[in-house]
Design a protein around this ligand. Structure first.
Ligand code: F6R
Length: 255
């Protein structure tokens, strides 16, 4: 039997260590390529990375003035002014505190299907015009989603309107004050959009992610677990803390 390939996996002792590893990689990229294009994620996982980058900007002068950032997704429908929006999330956790004028989040405003389609094409075109994404940061959802590419998303999917899985809506329910307030849809970059990035850093923290991390890194690529496609990227790095890594390490020892 073949052993699970863990050559692109690094495990930090805890969440602080994990965020330090990822922030170091982003900072190194921005230092060597001041006009780097970053793909960014929301959710709780990258919060410590963003605070580490804010600290490095303040204390070490890490310069984001020529960096361009594209976020993966936004709930739909969602006003960009809502505190539940990913636009506000990114402002409050990163962009209000660093000197990066060029940052984009898909538009969640309610509008017609054809307008959404047009805006999704423009989002893709804007990424291409910026030169493509140098480094895409990803979390992973309990369904195996990356961005909001839920099970069933194909590897060549592009930015589009998607339907959220029930598990994903349940996970979001506490921050929305109940599942009834969680939108049923989102606008998300596709798996194909993500795979076009020159480098991918996927991160996960805590034992609650251990099972899906193991599946993502050991199962054959399948639409049922969208993160399995990401593992096929030629320059992908999985960064975990000990909780999130526990079942993957076990699997690598037993096969
Ligand atoms: C966020 C995103 C999602 C999250 C995932 C994990 O922009 O696209 O794929 O990365 O749902 O969420 P957390 O980090 O809250 O566990």
């Amino acid at each position: 039997m073949t052993r699970t390939d863990l050559s692109n996996v690094q495990v930090a002792k805890d969440y602080t260590g994990l965020c330090g590893l990822v922030a170091d990689r982003i900072a190194a990229l921005v230092q060597t390529k001041p006009n780097a294009v970053l793909g960014l994620a929301t959710g709780s996982t990258p919060l410590g990375v963003y605070s580490a980058l804010v600290r490095r900007h303040r204390e070490e002068g890490l310069d984001f003035s020529r960096v361009t950032c594209f976020n993966l997704d936004e709930y739909y429908p969602m006003s960009p002014k809502s505190l539940h929006s990913y636009r506000q999330f990114m402002a409050m956790n990163l962009f209000d505190y660093i000197n990066c004028p060029n940052w984009f989040v898909p538009d969640g405003l309610r509008r017609s299907a054809s307008e959404i389609e047009q805006d999704c094409l423009e989002y893709e075109a804007r990424i291409a015009d910026a030169g493509g994404i140098d480094l895409q940061l990803l979390g992973i959802g309990r369904t195996g989603h990356v961005g909001f590419n839920e099970p069933g998303s194909s590897p060549d999917s592009r930015t589009r309107l998607v339907t959220l899985a029930e598990v994903t809506r349940q996970d979001a329910a506490p921050s929305f004050g109940g599942i009834d307030n969680v939108p049923r849809q989102a606008v998300s970059m596709g798996i194909g959009t993500i795979m076009d990035a020159r480098e991918i850093v996927m991160m996960a923290t805590g034992a609650g992610k251990a099972a899906i991390v193991r599946a993502a890194w050991t199962e054959d690529p399948t639409d049922h677990i969208p993160a399995t496609w990401v593992r096929r990227h030629p320059n992908v790095h999985l960064r975990l803390d000990e909780g999130a890594a526990s079942l993957l390490l076990e699997a690598s020892l037993t096969n």
